[in-house]
Design a protein around this ligand. Structure first.
Ligand code: NAP
Length: 237
């Protein structure tokens, strides 16, 4: 299969690039600024790296076209690129809001719009959004992040209905706390509290999210669409 992963240079996206590549799939990934990470990943996996800021519409569309051209089409799109920010609601500036919404939500719209045209023409495809459990239950001091992730649920439901007749499945994965750079700024105490609040008593690994994405991309998941699947150790039950 031909797989496109956004935000592939680090964290969950990187685990997806490694996972799909190890299974022999052709993989392209988009990243914004982590040049060294992207270089080491292409050397390790043979995946194609595309540098673009996909929070910007024209740049995202160009990156999507580059991926279609380099892979010869896209069978599976994993919309994973994202940023987080912890701020009191009243302190969130217009720029903060736009930055989080454009990176987490609009990028998924820009990329999915272009890639879905390719999928529709071939009457098959898989689109996966990486949401967050905070899009389900809301996170205090992350209103813009939670809003961006909740909106991905709506995009999932809508696209599943619209693209289903074209043979395309659309699903959303909602991770809980996963061991990536995104959480490196959290103190040990906060991380311990999050583990304590998680029924399974630990945080998750990026490879666990990659394995779920691989399942949703496989033949085994061919009748699953419009679903939001949590992978959070039971945190957001
Ligand atoms: P991460 O380690 O911080 O990696 C984020 C990735 O997104 C990087 O590859 C980064 O590229 C890319 N990216 C960010 N902004 C971009 C832009 N404007 N254009 C292109 N690429 C961009 O994050 P992560 O923890 O793996 O998170 C991945 C996804 O999972 C995010 O959507 C996040 O919200 C979601 N998630 C994470 C957790 C968690 O606990 N970690 C939990 C729930 C959901 P560069 O490095 O090149 O900038």
């Amino acid at each position: 299969m031909k797989i496109l992963i956004t935000g592939g240079s680090r964290g969950i996206g990187r685990a997806c690039v490694e996972y799909f590549s190890s299974l022999g799939h052709s993989v392209a990934f988009i990243y914004k600024s982590s040049f060294e990470d992207a270089k080491s990943l292409t050397e390790k996996t043979g995946a194609v790296a595309i540098c673009a800021d996909i929070s910007n519409g024209p740049s995202a569309s160009a990156a999507a076209f580059a991926a279609i051209s380099k892979l010869g089409g896209v069978d599976v799109l994993i919309n994973n690129a994202g940023i987080s920010q912890i701020k009191l609601f009243s302190d969130i500036t217009d720029d903060d809001w736009q930055s989080v919404i454009n990176t987490n939500l609009s990028s998924s719209f820009y990329i999915s719009r272009e890639i879905s045209k390719d999928m529709i023409s071939r009457k098959s495809g898989r689109i996966i959004f990486i949401g967050s459990m905070w899009g389900k239950v809301g996170a205090s001091c992350e209103a813009h992040y939670s809003a961006s992730k909740a909106a991905l649920r709506g995009l999932t439901f809508s696209l599943a209905k619209e693209l289903g007749p074209s043979g395309i499945t659309v699903n959303c994965i909602e991770p809980g706390v996963i061991a990536t750079d995104m959480n490196f700024s959290l103190s040990e105490d906060v991380l311990r509290e999050l583990c304590d609040e998680t029924p399974l008593g630990r945080i998750g690994e990026p490879t666990e999210v990659a394995a779920l994405a691989e399942f949703l991309s496989s033949e085994k998941a061919s009748f699953i669409t419009g679903q939001v699947i949590g992978i959070d150790g039971g945190f957001a039950i």
